[in-house]
Write a protein that binds this ligand. Sequence first.
Ligand SMILES: [Zn+2]
Ligand SMILES: [Zn+2]
Length: 268
Amino acid sequence: MTTGDLWQSLRKAFPLFTSLLAAGGSGCAVCGNRCEPGRQGALGCLCKRCFRSIPWIARVYCPVCGRPEQCPDCARRTRTAFVANRSAVRYDSTIREWLALYKYRGHEALEPLLGELLTAAYRGLAAERFREAGPRPVHAVIPVPVSEARLLERGFNQAERLAARLGEAEGIPLFDALRRTRHSAKQSAKTRGARLRDTRNLFKADEAELARMLETAGRDGRCRFVLVDDIYTTGSTANACAQALAEGIGQAAPGLRFDVYVLTVARS
Ligand SMILES: [Zn+2]
Ligand SMILES: [Zn+2]
């Protein structure tokens, strides 16, 4: 079933709900209520209540994963292949619902909004880490890939869509430089140990795309690459991606100095 088909059948089953969702331009992108005039950008398409419900991460506690409270996962990880993750918001019930509407119910009106949250996370990271980095602090954004099976079922890779929005907003090129080597069951349903085992060698670099990325990145100074995903949970997916990327770069451009950062909409 395509996203469009799914939407059609939802529309038949829940006409009021879907018409509220589809209101888009005139009403709140989430609930369809009247929007507050004056707010700029995609966040301007939210009503006052939905806007106030955004659980922003105002202060980071763990410098590695960006969690707003103490974090056992980073302390336990033996090797972290990325410098830091930053997320815009906490993964609370509001954000869980927004991401589910977007990912599983084809509610595309939420995409600009989620893209803007990701861009807010990027701006926070840039202010924190890239102040001295010159006009082009980041050389590429790279989406965390989904498996073919998930792509068929959902019709799109949410990480790629959101990475494209970030790239457009900040003028950073996007490269689909990672591939998933196999399908793995849903991460959220697994224990920590199972996640770690499952993500080993789950990703590999796409040689041709990586070569294109490295060509535009150049060789002067230190390169910075940003991995993008929608949710950060234990960091095992992000870490496996960063490792695969580092291995790919190590083979394609030995001696290149680079850092990998991770940006996600929500920190669970
Ligand atoms: Zn609303
Ligand atoms: Zn942490």
